[in-house]
Design a protein around this ligand. Structure first.
Ligand code: DC
Length: 230
């Protein structure tokens, strides 16, 4: 069974998708990481977000692939494992901007569809239920309020700074993070190509007041119901 999980940034898609894939014995595919790898390549090349020709040229030269090690997805950009370089704000921002490009989307959607043809997947992104896997057996639209999502991201940044022994002075404020999230949502939802929308047959799950365990349990229950033909 293929499961599509879409929703805005920070709703908990990857955590939930990872847990669901492990429980079902499926492969977890994080499509955002592919857009991020493409964005990283553009940043390395010094391409700006409004340089359409530069973005398309870079896209043609990018060879992106994924592999799984101990259940974790690793993303390769032109043969190099770039997984550890994908989570920065700069890469996320460029990914949101460059993913509006139709050529970028076509290339990555093809890769995603090929992956799902060969193995059962739990795939998360923005257009999985609507474009990439329109026939997925279960579609989830996972969302949460922008404040809750900002709060989670803020805590994650604080924990990461503490773990690496770096100062938390560099971390943006909660207000700045929420503003950035609202801007990114707007861009993802209003772009011309494959905007983030809820598929008609998606089940909406609002994780604002739910724990990770509660959301995972809800999704596993839905998956069991679907596979039993309900
Ligand atoms: O899920 P994420 O934050 O890692 O995604 C980064 C950006 O990539 C996001 O702002 C929009 C884009 N994206 C997309 O357009 N389509 C997807 N299926 C996944 C991500």
């Amino acid at each position: 069974m293929n499961i599509a999980i879409d929703g805005p940034a920070g709703a908990g898609k990857s955590t939930i998708a990872k847990a669901a894939a492990a429980a079902l014995g499926s492969i977890y595919v994080d499509t955002g990481a592919m857009y991020r790898a493409m964005a990283l390549f553009m940043l390395q090349r010094g391409i700006s977000a409004d340089d359409k020709a530069g973005i398309e040229r870079t896209c043609e030269e990018a060879d992106i692939s994924i592999a799984h090690k101990d259940g974790a997805q690793h993303v390769f950009l032109n043969g190099e494992d770039v997984t550890a370089s994908l989570r920065s704000e700069a890469v996320g921002d460029m990914a949101s901007k460059s993913s509006v490009n139709a050529k970028v989307r076509a290339k990555l959607v093809e890769l995603q569809q090929k992956l799902a043809e060969t193995t059962p997947v739990v795939m998360d992104g923005r257009d999985i239920g609507t474009v990439v896997l329109p026939n997925a057996e279960l579609k989830i639209y996972l969302t949460a309020s922008s404040y809750k999502r900002a709060e989670r991201r803020y805590k994650e940044l604080l924990e990461r700074a503490a773990a690496s022994g770096t100062s938390s002075d560099e971390i943006p404020s909660l207000e700045e993070i929420e503003k950035d999230i609202i801007e990114r949502d707007y861009r993802d939802m209003h772009r011309e190509n494959s905007p983030l929308t809820q598929a008609e047959d998606a089940v909406v799950v609002d994780s604002s007041d739910m724990t990770i365990e509660e959301v995972t349990e809800r999704i596993m229950r839905l998956a069991r119901e679907r596979s039993a033909g309900k």
